[in-house]
Write a protein that binds this ligand. Sequence first.
Ligand SMILES: Nc1ncnc2c1ncn2[C@@H]1O[C@H](COP(=O)(O)OP(=O)(O)OP(=O)(O)O)[C@@H](O)[C@H]1O
Length: 249
Amino acid sequence: MSEPVLEAAGLRFSYGRLRRTRVFDDFTWQVAPHETTLLLGPNGAGKSTLLRLLSGFDRPTGGEVRVGGVASRRELFRRVGWMPQDVQPGRGMTVAEQVEYVAWVGGLSRRQARDAAGEAISRVDLDDKRAVRTDRLSGGQLRRVGLAQALVRRGDVLLLDEPTAGLDPAQTLGFRALVKDIACPGGVVISTHQISDLVDDVDRVVILADGRIRFDGTPAGFVQQHVSAAGGATTLAEAFSAIVGGGRH
Ligand SMILES: Nc1ncnc2c1ncn2[C@@H]1O[C@H](COP(=O)(O)OP(=O)(O)OP(=O)(O)O)[C@@H](O)[C@H]1O
């Protein structure tokens, strides 16, 4: 089987009926295989849009998204797990049904979907909520359902959009432990606009601003490379502000 590299090649994307809000223009990037990447950027940088395009949920207006060299949404649905920023409760569905449904849409048989859903629900610690309707969950519980939905496909690549938003401190710690445990051959991408979050847990940092990549490297490399640019910045937070702020001029 081909290497499960997930890549955006010459991507273009705009929102609106008249496509006036351009987010990406000739955007090319690859998810680093076997690594956990933190996708950082200010509000409106394009992080959620990028993950929606990479997951196959949204279609680009130009260029293509490929996984293992294949540009097909079906292949993306099969090989890429995605946790959206805005996890929606399925109408009248229980936790088990919602996670099973996502597995089934991803190409598993009903039986495989049931087994995979049971496993994913345990991993996010929602065993006691399996039979509860998802529209009756708290915000943090619903986000854990979203994480289970991403894990259930057992995909080669995992894309998590603001996974710790709305989690309490204990849940955030639990999430960090879970992420350390996840091994995906095609890599894991976690988006956030909070720099303090998760930085110590990742192999790679990518900074996105205005639909362009401003940095792609290790957390330590980022601080080092931008110390002078940031006028003596020594922390990731300071360097991030300098780079993102500098990009706006
Ligand atoms: N449904 C939409 N319709 C029109 N414009 C949109 C829509 N969703 C996002 N945008 C615009 O696209 C750009 C990128 O938004 P996106 O949500 O991808 O950013 P983000 O980096 O994920 O931000 P945040 O950290 O706030 O979640 C922004 O300018 C935003 O206003």
